[in-house]
Design a protein around this ligand. Structure first.
Ligand SMILES: [Zn+2]
Ligand SMILES: [Zn+2]
Ligand SMILES: [Zn+2]
Length: 86
């Protein structure tokens, strides 16, 4: 089992979400399927089932390692670097 070292370095408390939906989707006119919250900066992006995958794009641009689900009733985090639920 791979250990994720990124979670310990995340800001506490977690950042305020920068918006209620994916801003890139809003700009491009695509529909997010589900939303993810960046736990480093509060960026909201769409999941990998969405057409443009902005949460992943945000990670690739910024190197921010960990997101959590931004969907009501769900509670999990994902590390892009280690490819593990954390
Ligand atoms: Zn990690
Ligand atoms: Zn998007
Ligand atoms: Zn971020």
């Amino acid at each position: 089992m791979k250990q994720c070292t990124h979670v310990d370095a995340l800001p506490h408390p977690e950042p305020q979400p920068l918006g209620g939906t994916c801003p890139e989707c809003l700009a491009e006119g695509t529909d997010p399927v589900q939303l993810r919250l960046c736990l480093t900066c509060g960026h909201v992006g769409c999941c990998d089932s969405s057409p443009r995958r902005h949460a992943t794009a945000h990670h690739e641009e910024t190197g921010h390692p960990v997101i959590r689900t931004f969907e009501p009733g769900e509670d999990w985090r994902w590390c892009f670097v280690d490819h593990v639920l954390v």
